[in-house]
Write a protein that binds this ligand. Structure first.
Ligand code: PGA
Length: 245
């Protein structure tokens, strides 16, 4: 399976900067860019031309209704998105998204025909207490439980293993630990859903220098890249490394 690189541009770039960077990114490996909501409309035409996948960074769990400020998965699909990040730790921490809410979003995304990029990962204290695997298993159970009927055979689910302590800190998870977590995640998923099309990505302080140490492992199907994907030179060099795998 070719490796997938997903860029999470968070709220780093203005729509103007997003269009500029998107235009500069040459498709070297399988790449998806998740921009801010307000840049998506402009990026949609570029995405079609370039073959780079387009994604949002969140969505609501219903398609229509009295939900002030929320964004419908159906509208994201109509806009040209194929992917949506769900349950990122920044949403869980700052906006108190619970495992249950994240589960509803995963289902809504799938029903709308989007590929969810479900983020899971333990925080520092959970890792120190030896509860990393248990926490991630719990997140997977909530997010994927009862999915069976919602899935069509051709649909994909992407899981991003992102230990919270590694996100934006420069303190990336060592590849051996990441591999063990990926193995555990894949075993757990096989018990929860029957779908074959699953990728598990690593995320947390990935850059052009360390990307190879993750991608060389067969258990790691790609990476979710935040800060490093917003700097043109670093991102281009990261994609060039990824294209070799
Ligand atoms: P980072 O973020 O690469 O800046 O650590 C990753 C993420 O939050 O998806």
């Amino acid at each position: 399976m070719s490796k997938l690189i997903v860029a999470n541009w968070k709220m780093y770039l203005s729509p103007k900067d997003s269009v500029e960077l998107f235009g500069a990114v040459a498709k070297k490996s399988k790449t998806v860019i998740c921009s801010s909501f307000i840049a998506l409309n402009q990026l949609s035409a570029l995405a079609k031309k370039s073959g780079i996948g387009l994604g949002a960074q969140d969505c609501f769990w219903d398609n229509r209704g009295a939900y002030t400020g929320e964004v419908s998965p159906l509208d994201l699909k109509d806009l040209g998105c194929e992917y949506v990040i769900v349950g990122h730790s920044e949403r869980r921490n700052y906006f108190k998204e619970t495992d249950k809410m994240v589960g509803k979003k995963v289902k809504a995304a799938l029903v709308a025909g989007l590929t969810p990029i479900l983020c899971v990962g333990e925080n520092e204290s959970e890792r120190k207490k030896g509860k990393a695997s248990a926490r991630v298993e719990e997140q997977l159970e909530y997010a994927l439980d009862g999915l069976g009927k919602k899935l069509r055979a051709e649909q994909w689910i992407i899981i991003a293993y992102e230990p919270v302590w590694a996100i934006g800190t420069g303190n990336a998870c060592d590849p051996e630990t990441a591999v063990k977590m990926h193995q555990m995640i894949k075993e757990k998923i096989a018990k929860l859903i029957s779908v074959k099309n699953v990728r598990v990505l690593y995320g947390g302080s990935v850059d052009d220098k360390n990307i190879a140490s993750y991608l060389k492992n067969t258990e790691i199907d790609g990476a979710l890249v935040g800060g490093a994907s917003t700097k043109k030179d670093v991102f281009m060099s990261l994609l060039a490394v990824a294209a070799k795998f």
